[in-house]
Design a protein around this ligand. Sequence first.
Ligand SMILES: Cc1ncc(C[n+]2csc(CCOP(=O)(O)OP(=O)(O)O)c2C)c(N)n1
Ligand SMILES: [Mg+2]
Length: 786
Amino acid sequence: MEKLSFDSFRAEVLQDYRWVCISREASLVGRKEVLTGKAKFGIFGDGKEVAQVAMAKFFQPGDFRAGYYRDQTFAFASELSTVEQFFAQLYADPDVQNDPFSAGRQMVSHFATPFVDNQGEWIDLANRKNISADIAPTAGQMVRGLGLAFASKAFRNVKELEQFSTLSNNGNEVCFCTIGDASTSEGQFWETINAAGVLQVPLVVFVWDDGYGISVPKKFQTTKGSISEALSGMQKEEGTNGYHIYNVKGWDYAGMCEIFEEGIRLARETHTPALFHVEEITQPQGHSTSGSHERYKAHERLEWERKWDAMKKMREWIIANVLATEEELEEIERESKNHVRSARAHAWEAYLEPIRKQVNRTVDLINDVTGKIRDRSKELTALAKELSSHKEPLRRDVMRVLNAAIDIVGDNDAGYWLKDHYKDLLTESKELFSSHLYDEGPRSALNVTGVPASYADKAPAVNGFEILNRYFDKLFSTNPKVMAFGEDLGYIGDVNQGFSGLQAKYGEGRIFDTGIRELTIMGQGIGLAIRGLRPIAEIQYLDYLLYGLQPLSDDAATLHYRTKGQQSCPIIVRTRGHRLEGIWHSGSPMGVVINALRGMWVCVPRNMTQAVGIYNTLLQSNDPAIVIECLNGYRLKEKLPNNLLHFKVPLGVPEIIKEGKDVTVVTYGSTLRVVIDAAQILEKIGISCEVIDVQTLLPFDIHHKILESLKKTNRIVFVDEDVPGGAAAFIFNKVMEEQKGYRWLDVAPKTITGKAHRPAYGSDGDYFSKPNAEEVEAVIKEMMAE
Ligand SMILES: Cc1ncc(C[n+]2csc(CCOP(=O)(O)OP(=O)(O)O)c2C)c(N)n1
Ligand SMILES: [Mg+2]
């Protein structure tokens, strides 16, 4: 028995050493590929190999990783990436079979594993190792990691979630989060660390401390130059919450294995987060292919790094412990090099093959027409030659040459197949480079058809917030995956009482308060959504969305695109905004929102009934979205529908609120009521407005309903609370350029917007800062007189 266990221990160590060697070689070869022009940019995990083989040992099926670009060794050792796939991503191979993480959309070492199938259904995550798709913004992974770990807590504690055994094994899974030493300077890091310490979730954070963030050393990054020391107040003690904080050396294979085992086991069992400060890590090749570390590291530091290279230290340790001979290790090193070289060559061939086909077809087509266009045959032959002699052609080279050939051929019929080929390649490129921004399958929100609200004969008129409150009550009683949380959302039921009384009914596990930390509220929502739940994550006021915007913009909005549809994040961000009082409770920065959040839907319901219809639509789909309720609408009376759970507002379909024949007025949200007031005044002086509520800014009027109105009125004005050139400019562009509205204009189109400054406090501040009825009236009168 003893011999058996020694043999298997020895085999495991040597396998780990093999991964270390393979990974190091991949880094060395990868850098060369960039320096010789085969790839654009390289950033590698050399120096961090030993820590990562140790870490990978404790990564179990069901676990999640939220990490950054240094983790190739972990991905290899967990068998979640092959070396060939690593090189495919380095080359930006757009074939998802070759780069299964991002289909060439992300830089090297931005890993991901599939979470949803091609029907948008969650696959069995509880029995496989999972990587949530990496992003480049440093520390951005932290906030998502919090959410992924928090989901385990929810699965363990919420009775209604027990049934979802493919999403979790009773919350036993751990989220492994990796981060560089310098990136711990980011607010994302600190907010996450605090939140996880409060929440007690199975988040284990590995800080790869190589002493630098590109060229800037630790002393300029971290108080006392040590993240574990700076965090020491977070240490869990008897009877407190907090962290298990460990210090380990990045070259100490045996020491790391021991310590990682303990911290990860405790996180798994007790949901106590852990932080491993992995010190004395080196960077043999420096930060990335963009520069050389000799420029900023002292001679002594470089000397030290060579001496303490973890790969070298692991080798010495193996020999010292008589686990292998020199010759055995040399054999592993040789085999690793060969493995990487052949994987590289395969990846390169697979990457080039479809481009070569395009080149050959293009050259054939050009040669075909050369004989038919005799006076320009020389130029055409030169183009064909230029393309066919290109040793490392790109798709864009093909497009450029094809286009030049088409220009030369002009209107001549001989150019038919050239043009046809060009069109085919454009279509293909759309699929390769621009698909999957949103769900394109059965779980697309655009597939949800509208169902009108219905009313009982004597339907009562209730306050707007009561519509929401009754809806959320029904929703939580029927959909076990839904959770809602935010500042003041739990105990008091949100600042406008949408959730009033519901925490008592559905429990603190599903409806709860959070700290004041918009970034990580979004991170919590993102992590829950990625793991197959249906979070409604609240930002208390739209103005504070700016604090939470980064993870939405960088992560939620790009996730489906950057994994080519293999991961989905159906988060619903609920917030309230538009005009009320003062600079930070009246904002409507919709231009910011729609431009930062392509990849999410942006919904701007005019009242709470429409909001409910939108929530129902979103809950049928996998697309992430933000819903902005009207802050001044919670106490306005609305008729109570009797099909609260079933009526649906289709996205991208504007509604005509008032028919008219003289001028089309396009608006949404709170400004709608201002426009209606103006329309009533104008009606009295014989001017008939057609008022349109766009309902959603993203997607925007997918059936071109606004154009239909404009065809009738030939005058159009866009009214929007955002700054001049904000959302109004977007709407203007959509209607004029995309819908070709300019063809139907009798007078110049107009926008009426908020002022360029933030809105002043008080009712007069609101009146003069935002569009008002008199202003709308004046502009329309002027348009009618033109
Ligand atoms: C938010 C953000 N700011 C800046 C960068 C550019 N950048 C990329 S890596 C890096 C240094 C990170 O250093 P560290 O966290 O120590 O990780 P290391 O690369 O040393 O492993 C910087 C500044 C970025 N990617 N994201
Ligand atoms: Mg660093």
